[in-house]
Design a protein around this ligand. Structure first.
Ligand SMILES: Cc1ncc(COP(=O)(O)O)c(C=O)c1O
Length: 416
């Protein structure tokens, strides 16, 4: 009886016109805003302000944050940094990446991953994406390993996790350090271990959109004290290594400590909502949800990712699908463009300095091999929703699913 009534309710709603064609919106309210804060954050910031100790040199908050983040992730060595890009640069330097080296990266990531490699004057070698999971395709990783490769950077994109058994096995076989880019994957886990602790170094971002944020900020986890010591010197303008100033401020650390009190409950809410949303969206033809490798014990759901097939939506192009979703009150994005062919990368490789660092034959071979067809396809099919949309109620998930169903049911009229 109840099931019948529910089915009837769904049938009535999808019979309604999509908002883009003048029907009622599936969702009228805004999704939860981000970041979340209250008087705890206000007090934390004021306490630092009034203390007059605003930098780690004379304050205690950065150190306290490092201890707490270590306890939360299970890492013995933590270094706070001013952002995730710095965290990556520092980690690459700490594991020994130098000018003229090569670093393996995925093309399905934020440009910062590759910028860190280019700032190290190293050559980014791209490994195609597994479109099922949106992660670096571990089956294609070993073919990218040349004798000049000095680091592998798996990126746990969207809070989903790379196939870390395979990545670790290949890295160990070739004795290459692994620097995890976990900038989008706070509290994600592989076989019960937090990401960021699976390689030689693990990098995090606390930029405004991230699941743990202070507006800006970053951290690197290390397995070895010696690596953290080198990284500390690098981030603190020392005379032992040539680095810079990449320090987190006391204000940011105090905000992060306050935000950390909320992170586990928020992670649980996202996971429960994502699972519920998945039960509904997987029934819609033409919607393929990002899969997880079997070793993934926790997905951080920084992004809820799926692939959209216009063929199952009467040929409705993705751009129009996203417009129709926005009209229903559901904002979603098409995600990244192919990074491996971006002009900002080819310009660096054509620069005078790079032509001095790398033989012409290597750069020519790089250009010929720099093809990631699965990633190109994925960039044309992806749809993302952001983590804050998963922080509400089950009814929010039902409205998202209703918007998808409505658009699917009326795709012919929308594409006309
Ligand atoms: C995958 C990835 N890597 C690196 C970064 C760089 O972090 P940040 O913006 O803190 O420098 C980000 C986030 O912006 C990211 O999403």
């Amino acid at each position: 009886m109840q099931v019948g009534a529910l089915a009837q309710g769904v049938a009535t709603r999808i019979a309604e016109k999509p908002a883009l064609l003048g029907g009622p919106r599936a969702r009228k309210d805004r999704f939860d805003s981000w970041p979340k804060f209250d008087l705890t954050e206000e007090k934390a910031l004021l306490d630092v302000l009034r203390s007059g100790h605003w930098y780690r040199g004379n304050g205690s908050m950065v150190r306290k944050f490092e201890e707490s983040f270590g306890a939360m992730t299970g890492a013995s060595q933590v270094l706070a940094t001013c952002n995730g890009t710095s965290a990556l640069g520092i980690a690459l330097a700490a594991v020994g990446v130098e000018a003229g080296d090569e670093v393996v990266v995925p093309p399905y990531t934020f440009v910062a991953t590759v910028n860190a490699v280019l700032r190290a004057n190293a050559l980014p070698v791209f490994v195609d994406t597994d479109p099922e999971t949106f992660q670096m395709d571990h089956r294609k990783l070993e073919a990218a390993v040349t004798p000049a490769v000095r680091a592998i950077v798996p990126v746990h994109l969207g809070g989903n996790v790379c196939e870390m058994d395979a990545v670790t096995a290949i890295a160990q076989k070739h004795r290459i350090p692994v620097v995890e880019d976990a900038c989008q994957a706070h509290l994600a886990e592989w076989r019960g271990r937090k990401v960021g602790t699976l390689g030689d170094a693990g990098c995090f971002s606390f930029q405004a959109s991230k699941n743990l944020t202070a507006g800006e900020g970053g951290a690197v986890l290390f397995g070895e004290a010696a690596l953290r010591e080198r990284a500390f010197a690098y981030h603190n303008n020392s005379y032992t290594v040539s680095g810079g100033n990449h320090r987190l401020t006391e204000f940011q650390a105090s905000l992060l400590l306050a935000q950390m009190a909320r992170i586990e409950v928020q992670a649980k809410t996202r996971t429960e909502n994502a699972k519920y949303l998945t039960t509904m969206l997987k029934e819609i033809p033409g919607i393929r949800l990002a899969a997880q490798y079997s070793g993934t014990t926790s997905n951080a759901y920084h992004l809820y990712m799926l692939r959209y097939s216009p063929g199952e939506f009467a040929g409705l192009p993705r751009s129009k699908f996203l417009k129709a979703l926005a009209a229903e009150g559901i904002s979603a994005s098409g995600g990244y463009a192919p990074l491996n062919t971006e002009a900002c990368i080819s310009r660096v490789l054509e620069s005078r300095g790079y032509r001095r660092l790398f033989p012409d034959s290597r750069l020519k071979q790089w250009r010929e091999a720099n093809r990631c067809p699965e990633n190109d396809r994925l960039c044309g099919e992806a749809v993302w929703m952001t983590q804050n949309m998963l922080l509400g109620q089950r009814s929010d998930m039902e409205q998202i699913a209703e918007a998808f169903r409505k658009i699917h049911a009326h795709a012919g009229a929308l594409s006309a």
